[in-house]
Design a protein around this ligand. Sequence first.
Ligand code: AMP
Length: 170
Amino acid sequence: MKELYDAIRTIPDFPKKGIMFRDITPLIKNEILFTKTIDLFTKQVPPDITKIVAIESRGFIFGGALACKLKKGFVPIRKFGKLPCETIRHTYALEYGQDTIEIAADAFEPNEKVVLVDDVLATGGTAAAACCLIEKAGAKVKKMLFLIELKDLGGRKKINRYEIYSILNI
Ligand code: AMP
């Protein structure tokens, strides 16, 4: 894991003061480390899942590669207004204000089981909202996978009824 940890670049005060931004670009530009990340995720995916779901936008990098490796379909969760088709929406509270995410209304057939992927678990608000949205759309979240969990932010508490795997706890 050390080589994965060492490939995460921390940029202070981005995108605003006080945030320690965890930049994954040094990791994903390295073919060995990117492949290792996807291999680690692959081992965590329950056998009975039918689709990989990921959160815009860095979640797509890992979710897309993982879906392809597992020969599963991929479903994107997007920010409001980006999907051209009929959608299902979920609005959730942020520290200041609110945000809305969307998924295609026809993303799932009945009884689908999915794994949700994102790069970073921080406060857990995004992942919790994504789970609500997936459930509104009729699928079941079997597990969540993150490259990085910022453990001091306690995001796990918001999603503790789901199974969670994080490669790096920072
Ligand atoms: P949260 O809802 O607070 O768990 O935030 C998770 C989402 O915000 C993920 O999609 C991350 O890509 C992004 N994010 C939050 N905090 C950071 C951070 N410190 N560095 C990089 N991305 C972050």
